[in-house]
Design a binder for this molecule. Structure first.
Ligand SMILES: [Zn+2]
Ligand SMILES: [Zn+2]
Length: 186
């Protein structure tokens, strides 16, 4: 049986229209169920927390949470309280800082707690706990890269203390972005 090419084309057109309509329906149904789930689900945090648990950048300062709670909300502190460090963003949100290898500088290096910082990290789902890494500092409106540097080995790191290679103590550096490329080790 021989079909006229025109007839086949028409059939194909009809088929593709049907396919597009079907796809549109599925997309609509998908969106509707997403909205329905959002509206009815008591665990709204689930959808938003997965958004913030990835890498985010926050600008602010390291604060002592007990002192901040005393200052803001008159929390009664014992004399000689234990410092619990958190990160307070420029918007006023406060996250508890988890002490990890990457966040060690906030705990071990007092200078980090005196700077305005830009950190990158993640907030764990269903918490306000931040796993942060120092990234940059802001001074007089200028943004600097912030890192520890061993000029013997030319190693740049976020971890304070001794150089992992030569054990000389690494120096805290603030440099304009990209300027390390031209940095001359002494
Ligand atoms: Zn304190
Ligand atoms: Zn070194």
């Amino acid at each position: 049986m021989i079909r006229k090419p025109g007839l086949i084309r028409k059939r194909l057109q009809r088929l593709s229209i049907r396919a597009i309509a079907g796809a549109l329906f599925l997309i609509c149904a998908g969106w509707c169920s997403v909205f329905a789930a959002d509206a009815t689900s008591p665990e709204v945090g689930n959808s938003s927390s997965s958004d913030v648990s990835g890498d985010i950048e926050l600008r602010g300062r390291v604060v002592c949470i007990p002192e901040e709670m005393h200052r803001l909300h008159k929390a009664h502190l014992p004399t000689g309280h234990t410092h619990i460090y958190g990160f307070k963003t420029v918007d006023g949100a406060i996250y508890t800082l988890l002490r990890t290898k990457n966040s060690e500088a906030f705990f071990a290096d007092e200078r980090m707690r005196q700077k305005e910082l830009i950190v990158k990290g993640r907030v764990f789902p269903e918490t306000a706990i931040l796993d942060a890494t120092p990234l940059r500092t802001v001074r007089d409106g200028v943004i600097y890269d912030l890192y520890y540097y061993c000029d013997i080995c030319a190693i740049k790191t976020v971890v304070p203390g001794e150089c992992m290679c030569c054990q000389q103590s690494a120096v805290l550096m603030e440099t304009l972005p990209g300027s390390l490329d031209n940095f001359q080790p002494r």
